[in-house]
Design a protein around this ligand. Structure first.
Ligand SMILES: CCCCCCCC/C=C\C/C=C/C(=O)SCCNC(=O)CCNC(=O)[C@H](O)C(C)(C)COP(=O)(O)OP(=O)(O)OC[C@H]1O[C@@H](n2cnc3c(N)ncnc32)[C@H](O)[C@@H]1OP(=O)(O)O
Ligand SMILES: Cc1cc2nc3c(=O)[nH]c(=O)nc-3n(C[C@H](O)[C@H](O)[C@H](O)COP(=O)(O)OP(=O)(O)OC[C@H]3O[C@@H](n4cnc5c(N)ncnc54)[C@H](O)[C@@H]3O)c2cc1C
Length: 670
């Protein structure tokens, strides 16, 4: 064991072995030197006060203490945010991933303010008129009001059109009356709603002049700003312990004929005039779903960030941990030396990179579509919806699986809350469900793909992200396999095209047998999900490869080399994972697959000396990692021991329950 201040010797050796410039890679991940400097500045301001520290670990507190502690830290953090950080980033970038990243130093679980910043404020920005923004935005940004996003109900999350809460316009008083007609119409799940928020966005069925116009967002004050008492007509509370998110304060909410002013309808996309006339402003019916698209886009970045934390923990731990004997009497190897361990972990590093570059690209696409929409052009929205849906689904699902793999890689200690891996897993596992369930979102992408296929069939030019369909449509034969990055990407496009084509064929065949379109679609949904996933994988592979090529153009040779090895590992890994599909849709042979396997194993050997350097390049401060296993200095065993001292159960040598239960039980006769 190393002494207190030393860095673990194995980690020192690993860092010595690293043959590339770590900072250069950090800059690539951050999106440039300037961004790295900005991030470090923000981290210094946010984290140097030590305000984030807990004397007792969050997981050792009861529910009330955890909530109170999370709220205390949220206030400390929000003060730093509004007094100092916004000065650095500018108010328009308040939701930047870097700010989000510093927040993790304060909370192992989630802040009850997360949804205020993540959805309440963005919805005001996206769904309000300029006049309404003038009223709500300054108060929300300054946190004079704290909000939640209450869309999901007890009975419906996915099917938004099925929501039951009503907002009925009363022209006499110029108010909307909010009502929860059934138990299933109670709002359920909204983060921050249970105890913290005094306002929330409520998505409700709008009725005016006796007609329902579908779901629309409203801004609603639910608690008194001074006493915090729920206002008359409001029933609000916390929904109870969950797998994760236990300090996120998820809540329920019901309305008993609760009145709000007309101007509390968020009126950017649709309006109700004073006399009750309904006016549709937006040219696309789904613009009221805009906040969801925004959050789905940001979740790809979340997937990457959380995975980079998990894999940093697991790789550093694997360099420190020694276990078993390779030969009788030999020294125990670092577990990172086992190829099976490398197989678990290196793909996680590559996946974090792949998702980071994809997230950056998707964010750019999102801003371009937003700019077009401001000019009145909504043509690119369906493509953005299809893209953000599948990328959110696949990135969150893969990240959750990878984080779980990182936990497996850390053996028993990975199961400790103090490793932070269980927190990371439960957080990311939820992202697969919220903001649109995995299957449901892939089926949205599938709708788009089927339409694109039909366009390609009609010899029309399709949108850029599905342009491969035009090309594949002309080739009836299997795509010729070539083992190169470009060859693998082309093969994945062929898989996607083949699967979409098969779906269309099956839908048509089912219709021929007498099914209507809806049933034919329904019976094909298992294949449609698979087709959408294949499309998404081809997008990620393509983006990762091309973006990495672009970003490393001026990099030093060794950086180029290690990042090339990692991107190739990712491509080869997925080729092997999907070898069945490759056999079906390309000319790949069993021999080619054997060669891929060999290439994969060779890549593990090549990447091994740089593994610790690669995770160091994520540049995650210990305060943000919050892990006994993953700290920069590798003092794993000391930290596990230190953590034991903080456990309230260990404060007394004999637990009071001994006298109360155990002793009487042991002394009692059967
Ligand atoms: C600082 C940053 C931090 C970020 C992190 C924040 C973390 C916070 C933690 C937790 C927050 C969690 C919040 C929530 O979960 S909020 C609730 C989210 N709920 C959902 O996502 C519900 C999912 N369901 C839907 O999105 C939809 O109902 C649907 C897409 C499944 C179906 O909608 P529906 O109205 O039934 O439409 P149709 O299927 O009939 O499709 C019609 C048509 O419209 C197109 N379309 C659907 N959605 C959109 C969209 N968003 N944008 C554009 N177009 C859309 C659809 O494709 C169809 O098109 P068509 O084929 O051409 O007809
Ligand atoms: C941690 C967490 C935080 C959340 N925060 C918020 C929040 O702040 N605000 C808010 O409004 N909501 C929030 N939610 C709710 C979340 O958005 C919904 O849970 C999510 O959209 C899924 O909807 P559901 O629960 O109704 O699932 P369901 O739709 O009931 O899904 C159950 C199963 O049915 C399947 N299914 C459903 N419909 C279809 C279909 N059409 N085709 C095929 N399969 C289908 C799904 O794939 C899934 O396997 C949160 C949820 C969680 C877990």
């Amino acid at each position: 064991m190393s002494s207190k201040k030393e860095i673990n010797e194995d980690l020192v050796n690993e860092r010595r072995k690293c043959n590339f410039n770590i900072q250069e890679v950090t800059h690539i991940i951050d999106g440039g030197v300037e961004n790295t400097l900005q991030r470090k500045k923000i981290e210094d301001v946010a984290l140097n006060g030590g305000a984030s520290l807990d004397d007792v670990p969050e997981e050792c507190m009861n529910l009330r203490e955890r909530y109170e502690n999370a709220l205390r830290k949220s206030c400390v953090y929000a003060n730093i945010l509004r007094n100092e950080l916004l000065e650095i980033t500018g108010i328009e970038n308040f939701g930047t991933p870097v700010i989000r990243r510093t927040g993790d130093a304060f909370f192992k679980d989630i802040s009850p303010f997360m949804l205020h910043l993540g959805m309440f404020v963005p919805t005001i920005m996206g769904q309000c008129t300029a006049e309404q923004q003038g009223i709500w935005l300054p108060k929300a940004l300054d946190m004079q009001i704290i909000g939640a996003y209450a869309q999901t109900e007890l009975g419906h999350g996915t099917f938004i059109r099925g929501l039951e809460t009503t907002a009925t316009y009363d022209p006499k008083t110029k108010e909307f009356i909010l009502y929860s007609p059934t138990i299933t119409s109670y709002k359920w799940w909204a983060g921050g709603l249970g105890r913290t928020a005094n306002h929330c966005i409520v998505v409700a069925q709008l009725y005016t002049q006796g007609k329902c116009h579908g779901v629309h967002p409203f801004i609603v004050q639910i608690r008194d700003l001074d006493t915090h008492m729920p206002l008359p007509g409001i029933k609000v509370g916390e929904i109870g312990p969950r797998m994760g998110f236990n300090t996120a304060d998820n809540g329920f909410l019901g309305f008993n004929h609760f009145r709000i002013p007309r101007m509390n309808m968020m009126m950017k996309n649709a309006q109700v005039l004073e006399d009750g006339t309904y006016v549709k402003v937006a040219r696309h019916g789904k613009l009221t779903y805009g906040t969801m698209v925004f959050v789905r886009v940001t979740l790809v970045n979340e997937a990457s960030f959380n995975l980079s934390k998990a894999v940093t923990i697991a790789v550093r731990y694997s360099a420190v941990r020694r276990q078993s004997e390779l030969r009788p009497g030999s020294a125990e190897p670092q577990i990172l030396d086992y190829p099976t361990q490398q197989h678990k972990l290196f793909i996680c590093i590559a996946t974090a990179h792949a998702f980071q570059l994809t997230a950056n690209w998707l964010w750019h696409t999102f801003t371009v579509v937003q700019a077009e929409m401001r000019k009145g052009n909504i043509d690119t929205l369906p493509e953005l919806h299809a893209l953000s849906s599948c990328l959110k689904a696949v990135s969150t699902s893969d990240a959750a699986a990878c984080i779980e793999q990182c936990r497996f890689a850390c053996g028993g200690h990975g199961y400790m809350m103090s490793s932070n891996l269980p927190y990371l897993y439960s957080f990311v596992a939820a992202t697969r469900t919220y903001e649109g369930d995995y299957t449901v979102l892939l089926l949205q992408t599938a709708r788009y793909l089927v339409k694109a296929w039909e366009q390609a069939e009609a010899k029309k030019i399709v949108t850029p992200t599905v342009a491969y369909l035009n090309r594949c449509f002309d080739t009836n034969e299997k795509v010729a396999w070539t083992n190169s990055p470009e060859g693998i990407i082309k093969s994945f496009q062929a898989i996607a095209a083949g699967k979409i084509s098969l779906c269309v064929k099956n839908i048509r065949q089912r219709i021929k047998t007498g099914m209507d379109y809806e049933d034919a679609w329904l019976m094909t949904t298992v294949q449609l999900v698979s087709a959408a996933e294949a499309h998404c994988r081809s997008m990620i592979l393509d983006t990762y490869w091309n973006e990495m090529q672009r970003l490393t153009k001026t990099s030093s040779d060794n950086v180029k080399m290690v990042l090339y090895q990692l991107t190739t590992l990712y491509l080869v890994y997925w080729a092997l994972e999907k070898s069945g599909d490759l056999l079906r849709y390309t000319s790949i042979t069993e021999g080619d697959i054997d060669l891929l396997q060999k290439e994969y194993e060779d890549l593990l050997v090549k990447i091994r000396p740089n593994a610790v350097g690669l995770v160091d390049a994520f540049d995650l401060r210990d305060e943000i990692l919050r892990s006994t296993l993953g700290s920069y200095d590798g003092r794993v065993y000391e930290r596990l021991m230190e953590e034991v001292q903080k456990n309230p159960l260990n404060k007394v040598p004999v637990d009071p329950s001994f006298q109360k239960y155990l002793k009487p039980f042991m002394k009692s006769k059967i």
